[in-house]
Design a protein around this ligand. Structure first.
Ligand SMILES: O=C(O)CCC(=O)C(=O)O
Length: 355
């Protein structure tokens, strides 16, 4: 990871072990973390006033900020408060047959006729979501729900007041200092304990503000592309890793053996900076109760007029995405034609020493 400056610490196995030793009153313990095969290093936890925190954000490296007060008025949010105040709008709720909520883009489904999503989106009132969640909690089966809805103007007055009380001064300054584009949305996530959002990357900058419960966030640098095997760009699961972290298929995805991650557990009041193009796997801790998060997604800064070489890993990812998109459009049938054409282009031509 050539560009990393200060995210350096001893690696540990991904059950949290050494990365989190020492914190006694953190409100969770290692038994609440799922176990994976790869190693991780801790993401630094810093005060937002620490110059190192600013340096990390400038370098587009993750950091947990402990004291931004970004969503201070929302720290009182819980299910009863939201039931009373969130309003009568419709909420997107995903229902999954297990703990994993693999994202898929419904608009890309016509590209892949045989694609069968493992979770379904349903629109419902907040109270219907809570009823469903309570029923599932009582049954204790595999099926789960996860509410993921962009905050909009259907929310009740008290939520609007809380929202206006967010620390916009601080976050607007972060945006301005780095030349980021506008805030595109705030996603509200209300999840059951143990829910997992599998590894994926977004093309936006993200301040991820934890409000209730704890989430474990495992991040991977954009240079881990070759270890994480994202679905093709035209596939509904574009930007998602094909690896099932619970049961990795090393024959199909051998480089996953070499993946290296960074991780942190965030709790109420913590804000995790997830840089654009960084992979993230996020799990609500086991036996930790419901979780509530609001994220702040920003468009990245415009491409600089003078490009510096060598290119950074995320710039190469953007180039690969553009090539895949162009080929898909040019060939007409991306699902069947892009892969074979790319293979024809490189097979036997780039493998050997060409001197
Ligand atoms: O919290 C989660 O489960 C997923 C959130 C996420 O992927 C994001 O904020 O980009």
């Amino acid at each position: 990871m050539a560009a990393a400056t200060v995210v350096e610490a001893d690696a540990t196995t991904s059950d949290g072990g050494a990365a989190f030793s020492g914190a006694q009153d953190r409100g969770w313990d290692n038994s609440q973390l799922r176990t994976y095969s790869f190693t991780t290093k801790p993401i630094p936890r810093l005060s937002h006033t620490d110059p190192m925190a600013q340096k990390l954000i400038d370098n587009e490296e993750p950091v947990v900020l402990m004291d931004t007060n970004l969503v201070y008025p929302a720290l009182k949010w819980d299910i009863p408060y939201l039931l009373e105040n969130i309003g009568n709008g419709d909420f997107s709720v995903y229902i999954s047959e297990n703990h994993k909520f693999l994202y898929y883009d419904e608009k890309k489904m016509p590209n892949c006729k045989n694609f069968v999503p493992k979770s379904q989106r349903m629109e419902m009132k907040f109270s219907e979501f809570v009823d469903k969640m309570r029923r599932m909690e009582e049954m204790g089966g595999e099926e789960r729900v996860y509410l993921q809805q962009t905050l909009n103007d259907t929310v009740g007055k008290k939520i609007v007041v809380d929202f206006l009380g967010f620390n916009w001064n601080w976050i607007n300054r972060q945006q301005a200092q780095r030349g980021w584009g506008p805030l595109t949305s705030n996603l509200l996530l209300v999840g059951m304990e143990g829910n997992v959002t599998p590894a994926h990357y977004d093309e936006q900058q993200n301040f991820f503000a934890q409000i209730k419960g704890h989430k474990r966030c495992i991040l991977f640098h954009p240079d881990q592309f070759e270890c994480l095997y994202p679905y093709p760009v035209h596939h509904p699961c574009d930007r998602q890793s094909q690896i099932d972290f619970d049961n990795p298929n090393y024959e199909k995805f051998p480089n996953f053996k070499n993946v290296v991650g960074y991780e942190a557990v965030v709790g109420p009041g913590d804000v995790l900076y997830i840089p654009m193009y960084w992979w993230h796997h996020i799990e609500s801790l086991l036996n930790g109760g419901e979780t509530i998060t609001v994220n702040f997604w920003y468009k990245g800064a415009p491409t600089p007029k003078r490009i510096e070489y060598p290119l950074r890993a995320h710039q190469k990812v953007a180039i690969m995405r553009n090539i895949e998109k162009m080929l898909g459009e040019a060939l007409g049938n991306p699902q069947e034609q892009v892969g074979p054409l790319l293979k024809t282009m490189i097979k036997g031509r780039y493998d050997q020493d060409l001197s």
